[in-house]
Write a protein that binds this ligand. Structure first.
Ligand code: T3D
Length: 259
């Protein structure tokens, strides 16, 4: 199904979502939220084993389209967060396959939250990250207050959110906010190579890794050891594990099917 505000394609088991409102630096509007919800519901069911998210034009995503907020003096932003932004982040984090952000330009406000919610973020050298919220009288949303301190520590998280200063891609990589910074021309090729590599990996095991690492923030060591046991029990029953061990013993590359 064609979309108006995003592009969605699957190639070699990699699904790619391109946010596609370039004249607004791919800012979110209600239509984009609806289309993203639809596309995220398709990922996996169409054979994809990795998801890549990027932006069209010179921006990644500038957060909420502020043009849509013009003229409403007392909007209920809790309502849009509840109906649109929180479900987006929850859907994304619940995906049982690896999600890569290829941050091609400015990632601001909830657009930065979106990048942080992905499993791995690569950024073009010219990209930037901005907790734009306080600049317009808001507090961060869409998970930024959860992701930021976990990724960069309490002090840097506070500075980013309170000061609302732009962080360059290189600073973001040095701070551990993102996985890697690459030259602009290399962003999509590198992100696609990474996505294909992950799409050929044992998908069930990767889903277990994601689940365990997410749970680790809140679990005691005891609870985490129990979770690891349960996830390993499930992994041990997958065809990919059988293939991994057989391939090792036969001294050949494994051919994982994501089963
Ligand atoms: O409302 C709710 O439901 C609550 C949820 C809120 C979530 C949020 O995300 S709140 C935060 C909203 N986002 C922002 O405050 C960021 C606003 N944008 C910027 O600060 C800057 O545009 C950037 C730092 C991202 C990039 O700066 P720059 O200089 O590279 O580009 P620019 O010239 O500012 O923007 C280019 C065009 O995109 C421009 O349009 P024009 O003048 O060429 O017609 C600009 O107006 C437009 N644009 C950029 N961001 C937004 C936007 N239009 C609408 N909404 C935007 N967020």
């Amino acid at each position: 199904m064609p979309y108006a505000t995003i592009r969605y394609a699957v190639d070699e088991a990699v699904a790619t979502i391109t946010l596609d409102r370039p004249d607004k630096l791919n800012a979110f509007n209600a239509e984009m939220h609806g289309e993203l919800a639809d596309a995220l519901g398709r990922v996996g069911a169409d054979g994809a084993r990795a998801l890549l998210i990027t932006g069209a034009g010179r921006g990644f995503c500038a957060g909420q389209d502020l043009g849509d907020r013009r003229g409403d003096a007392t909007p209920d932003l809790g309502d849009t967060i509840e109906r649109l932004y929180n479900p987006l982040i929850r859907r994304l984090r619940a995906l049982e396959l690896p999600v890569i952000a290829a941050v091609n330009g400015a990632a601001a406000g909830a657009g930065m939250s979106l990048a942080l919610a992905c499993d791995l973020a690569l950024a073009a050298r010219s990209a930037s990250f901005l907790q734009a919220f306080a600049r317009i009288g808001l507090a961060p949303d869409s998970g930024s207050t959860w992701f930021l301190p976990r990724l960069v520590g309490a002090q840097r998280a506070r500075a980013l959110a309170l000061l609302g200063e732009k962080l360059t891609a290189e600073e973001a990589a040095a701070w551990g906010l993102i996985w890697k910074v690459v030259d602009d021309a290399q962003l999509l090729p590198e992100a696609t190579t990474l996505a294909k590599r992950l799409a050929a990996a044992p998908t069930r095991a990767l889903a277990g890794i994601k689940r365990a690492l997410d749970a680790a923030w809140d679990n005691s060591l005891d609870a985490q050891l129990d979770l690891e046991r349960d996830l390993q029990r499930a992994a041990g029953r997958t065809a990919d594990y059988a293939e991994g061990v057989t391939a090792f013993l036969e001294k050949r590359p494994a051919e994982f099917k994501g089963k």
